[in-house]
Design a protein around this ligand. Structure first.
Ligand code: 1OR
Length: 297
């Protein structure tokens, strides 16, 4: 499609890129960026500027959207289709390192750091993408993105679960994280509730209590900074298996279910292995309590 492009002067000292588009296209943009965290904290003007500046790009299966080493021009958000990411190092054959589907975004690195494209991104199906020009990306999205990546970088490096990940994988997790705060005694998750979020403790401590079917409550080992919870309900599509409460002030970084599945894929085996310990711990605690009770009787 041919799109009319214009540069509209604004009251600030920049020009806005406005690419003419239909209402239907605008709706598709809203859906695509609605699934992407980088667009979450924009104010109304910024949101409007981004939607105005975006341009629709279609590629066929097998096309390279980005080539490693090229100059960076656009940042892309995926509306439909899938893409693979390949990196070659020191003249070695290209290796697949990542993949994207609807709501995913890529091409930010070259724009953020003014460097060459760090990877090749190839469509593995026909794709519809929304492309944002470098100037608008830098003006509106870059600050947020790099602040968030910086903010969580040091913390995420210390989380045992995430240590085996590539730095770039931790960056993608940082993009998706949000910090949430709880007061002393406040429940973060309640046993029996439906689960939508995964939590990593940033600061403070939490208590874990599990009730059995007779209503007897068993305290489980507490949690501290760098430890996580809330994964079971997401992994198994089951109600929350325990209640977790703030012990003093608590700050957690949280991921929604979709992001959990998409970004923690590489460590799901570790999470599953760790969670198989729960049963052993639970059995030990129940045994100890039963012994205590028979001693008292
Ligand atoms: P770009 O502007 O450099 C290529 O253009 C894009 O591929 C890049 O921005 C990222 O958005 C995306 N390393 C570098 N770029 C990656 C990677 C990656 N994965 C996706 N992109 N990885 C490290 C490989 C050693 C993959 C980590 C899992």
């Amino acid at each position: 499609s041919v799109s009319a492009e214009s540069m509209v002067p604004s009251h600030q000292n920049y020009v806005r890129t406005v690419i003419a588009k239909s209402d239907e296209q605008r709706r598709r943009i809203e859906v695509s960026i609605g699934n992407n965290f980088l667009f979450k904290n924009l104010d109304e003007d910024q949101h409007e500027d981004v939607v105005n500046a975006m341009t629709e790009k279609r590629f066929h299966r097998g096309d390279n959207v980005i080539e490693q080493g090229a100059v960076g021009d656009f940042f892309y958000v995926v509306e439909t289709g899938t893409l693979d990411v390949f990196v070659t190092k020191n003249g070695n054959p290209a290796e697949k390192v990542f993949e994207y589907g609807p709501g995913g975004s890529f091409g930010e690195l070259a724009l953020m750091y003014n460097g060459p494209r760090a990877a090749t991104v190839t469509a593995t199906l026909d794709v519809v993408l929304w492309a944002l020009d470098r100037i608008t990306f830098r003006r509106i999205l870059m600050e947020n993105t790099s602040r968030k990546r910086r903010m969580y970088e040091t913390f995420l490096e210390t989380v045992p679960l995430l240590m085996s990940l590539e730095p770039y994988e931790r960056h993608k997790i940082a993009d998706a994280l949000e910090s949430v705060y709880f007061e002393d005694g406040q429940a973060v998750v309640k046993q029996g509730d439906q689960g939508d979020n995964f939590f990593i403790i940033e600061q403070g401590e939490a208590t874990v209590i599990k009730g059995d079917d007779k209503g007897v409550e068993y305290p489980m080992p507490g949690l501290g900074p760098g430890q996580y919870f809330g994964e079971l309900a997401l992994l198994n599509d089951m109600p929350r298996a325990a209640t977790v409460r703030a012990k003093g002030k608590l700050k957690c970084a949280t991921l929604g279910k979709r992001a959990f599945v998409r970004l923690l894929g590489p460590v799901v085996d570790i999470i599953k292995r760790n969670s198989s310990n729960y049963q052993t711990i639970e059995q030990q605690i129940q045994l100890q309590q039963q012994q205590l009770q028979t001693e008292q009787e």
